[in-house]
Write a protein that binds this ligand. Structure first.
Ligand SMILES: [Zn+2]
Length: 332
């Protein structure tokens, strides 16, 4: 008699971890990358941070949260940014007020407009993972990841084909926004400039905890997007404010289950960029040509805090990219 393996019944495992008395983290899958969905317990209700791509999967995460916490008074839902894998399942919390970046509505609409292309991309992923699953043993780590991936792609594609109900933010956070919920306050900071045009970082000072969405990947140099000097200054100011507001920061929660990021890493990247910015400004004041600056600026010597970070991806030099981006900023 053929007995179906356990994962055939539940191919997408729903995981959770209690990060503190007040914060519960949930995500789907053990091997395949899941989106981190956090729940903050406050006197004035539950706050969700990010949902996911698939409403079917996030509905299961919601069930787990209700079972685990014994309550379902979802008050706010904050999206760290509006990428499909963080905001498409917002419909699972219809009672919660959705909070996002000032550009969040436009950013989410853009993601919605791209759903046909997204489905095509997911189908491509499904195909590759299907081949990988066929070539690997179900008991190996690769085989498990491949099979989880197949299941996750299948659920995502089915949900998108059935049609998702978009829930746009009705509260936008501006440069800096405080959500006070009785015993807990959440500090939301505009943090665009790296990953997307709708990133916010969420600090819970009482918990010494910071949510960074997809902005950072520990051990990899952050990559600046094109922006104005004012936007860059706001980014650095907010970064500094976070570090000063929470000198005792303990926990960083990134946007996905497999992203490495430590408090030290968060501080090191700030040191790197503020030093690089000072170096660029000094060179420009002295009239140093860009090519000369590039020649003299030895990454590993000049920026010891991040000397062991990955700064070349394939053949692209991330550090040089950051220099180009900063060089073209207008003086304040
Ligand atoms: Zn993202």
């Amino acid at each position: 008699m053929h007995v179906a393996p356990a994962e055939a019944q539940d191919p997408i495992k729903i995981n959770s971890e209690r990060l503190s008395d007040r914060v519960l983290l949930t995500w789907a899958c053990d091997y395949f990358q899941g989106t981190n969905m956090a729940v903050v317990v406050t006197q004035d209700g539950l706050v969700i941070i990010d949902t996911g791509l698939s409403p079917s999967t996030v509905r299961r995460q919601r069930d787990l949260v209700e079972r685990e916490l014994g309550r379902s008074d979802f008050r706010y839902l904050i999206n760290t940014h509006m990428h499909n894998d963080h905001a498409f399942a917002n419909e699972v919390f219809p009672e919660a007020t959705v909070v996002g970046h000032g550009s969040a509505v436009v950013a989410l609409q853009r993601e919605v407009d791209l759903i046909p292309e997204l489905i095509e991309r997911l189908r491509g992923g499904r195909e590759r993972y299907g081949e990988w699953a066929a070539a690997t043993s179900p008991d190996s780590a690769d085989g498990k990841q491949a099979r989880e991936g197949v299941a996750a792609f299948d659920v995502g594609i089915a949900d998108l084909e059935a049609g998702i109900e978009t829930r746009f933010p009705t509260v936008t956070s501006g440069d800096h926004h405080t959500l006070s919920l009785g015993d807990v306050r959440l500090e939301l900071f505009d943090f665009t400039g790296f990953h997307s045009d709708s990133d916010i970082l969420i600090l819970i000072p009482e918990e010494r905890m910071l949510f960074t969405g997809d902005v950072f990947w520990g051990g990899n140099l952050p990559l600046l997007r094109e922006m104005t000097a004012g936007e860059f200054q706001r980014l650095m100011d907010n970064w500094k404010t976070i570090l000063e507001t929470a000198p005792d920061l303990e926990t960083i929660v990134p946007g996905h289950s497999d992203v490495p990021l430590t408090v030290d890493g968060f501080r090191e990247m700030y040191e790197y960029l503020s030093r690089l910015w000072a170096d660029v400004q000094a060179a420009r004041e002295e009239g140093t040509p860009l090519v000369m600056f590039l020649m003299r600026n030895i990454f590993k010597e000049r920026y010891p805090a991040v000397a062991d970070y990955t700064y070349i991806r394939r053949d692209y030099n991330l550090h040089q990219h950051n220099i180009y981006m900063l060089w073209q900023l207008e003086d304040r």
